[in-house]
Design a protein around this ligand. Structure first.
Ligand code: TXA
Ligand code: MG
Length: 333
């Protein structure tokens, strides 16, 4: 399916498709989503099928404003309204208790629901025209890298999606922060560009951060972003410390391996066997380019992709979390 420039006519057509229970991929500020009418179980089942996603992995429902929270959630705590007012539209997903009439297909059989108002003019125009909730996981095959450009969606999903709205490259490039507000203390389920500290600042209380590996066992892998093998290229991908890169690259050259390198500050010697992409030094720009660059190297069908280790500081947390997942199958190089 060729992406279509998201002008008014395209958005109008996309709305009709959603109303008919069909699937529309659309841009958000984080990544592209694979959208379906959240109140139509049949349409939701198609999303799971197209993505090859296990049926118990819940979807995020996208809504057009704080006022829509009550259409999907019940027993909404004050903290939800505070966070939504502070960060919406924006890359924060809030998990609440679902209303009883919300189809269990959307929530993977759980009684909670994830909600978010995206900060992208195309997504917002679509939501306003559609006048309902749009369930949308990232528009990629399960466990693969999320798409940050319309052409990535075309590569991932081909003709199994009914329309791809092209709204350019996503400006954030990493999936939203997810916070669970259903318990006594808010829990950060997935790190994103909205940090734990920012959320704590707005709420005026400390929140907990779930250790993905512990949660995996206790929650039966319900939060698929917490799956260790997520966001992964198909090419073996490994993390490498700056100081070890020269030796590792030399060893790989001796073995005649074709190597992709996402370099942060490393300048390798001129070498034909290394396909190097120089990443930006700023965390925001690095995040914006990460998935597109990994995808570009993955498409070259190399023997290995190396990612040079990035800084440990707080503003790199979401990036390091995704790199950890992309490299989870392989030990450090
Ligand atoms: O930035 C984003 O969040 C993007 C864009 C398209 O909005 N969407 C996205 O969706 O990343 P997806 O399906 O790839 O990831 C959604 C995550 C999954 O890890 C899912 O398990 C979690 O949200 N999730 C959804 N509903 C949940 C719930 N009720 N409780 C806990 N986690 C939930
Ligand atoms: Mg995803």
């Amino acid at each position: 399916m060729k992406p279509i420039f998201a002008d008014n006519a395209a958005i109008e057509h996309a709305t009709k498709l959603l109303q008919q229970g069909r699937l529309v991929a659309f841009p958000t500020e984080t990544v592209y989503g694979l959208g379906a009418d959240a109140s139509n179980p049949e349409a939701i089942r198609r999303v799971f099928k197209v993505k090859n996603r296990p049926a118990n992995h819940p979807l995020i429902v996208h809504i057009s404003g704080v006022e829509q929270l009550k259409d999907w959630a019940q027993k909404i705590p004050e903290s939800a309204k505070i966070l939504a007012s502070a960060f919406w539209p924006g890359p924060l997903t809030i998990v609440l208790n679902k209303k009883s009439d919300v189809p269990l297909e959307v929530t993977g059989g759980q009684n909670t629901i994830a909600l978010r108002m995206p900060d992208h003019p195309v997504a917002l125009a679509l939501l306003n025209k559609f006048e309902g909730g749009i369930a949308a996981p990232s528009a990629n095959i399960y466990c693969r890298i999320s798409p940050t450009q319309a052409s990535h969606v075309e590569d991932e999903l081909g003709d199994s999606v009914d329309m791809i709205l092209d709204g350019g490259a996503c400006k954030i490039g990493l999936e939203s922060t997810i916070i669970d507000l259903t318990g006594p203390v808010p829990k950060l389920l997935r790190p994103g560009v909205i940090s734990k500290a920012e959320i704590e600042d707005v709420l005026g209380i400390e929140i907990t951060r779930i250790d993905a590996t512990i949660e995996n066992k206790s929650q039966n892998n319900r939060v698929s972003g917490m799956n260790r093998l997520h966001y992964a290229p198909t090419t073996p991908t490994a993390l490498c410390e700056h100081d070890k890169l020269a030796i590792v690259l030399n060893n790989l050259r001796i073995q005649n391996k074709r190597v992709g390198l996402l370099s942060y500050q490393f300048n390798p010697p001129e070498n034909r066997f290394i396909h190097m992409l120089c990443m930006p030094e700023q965390a925001e720009s690095y995040a914006q380019e990460l998935y597109a660059c990994l995808r570009e190297l993955d498409n070259k069908k190399l023997d290995i992709i190396l990612i040079e280790k990035t800084p440990e500081s707080e503003n790199w947390l979401a990036i390091n979390n995704r790199i950890e997942k992309a490299t989870a199958r392989f030990k450090e190089a």
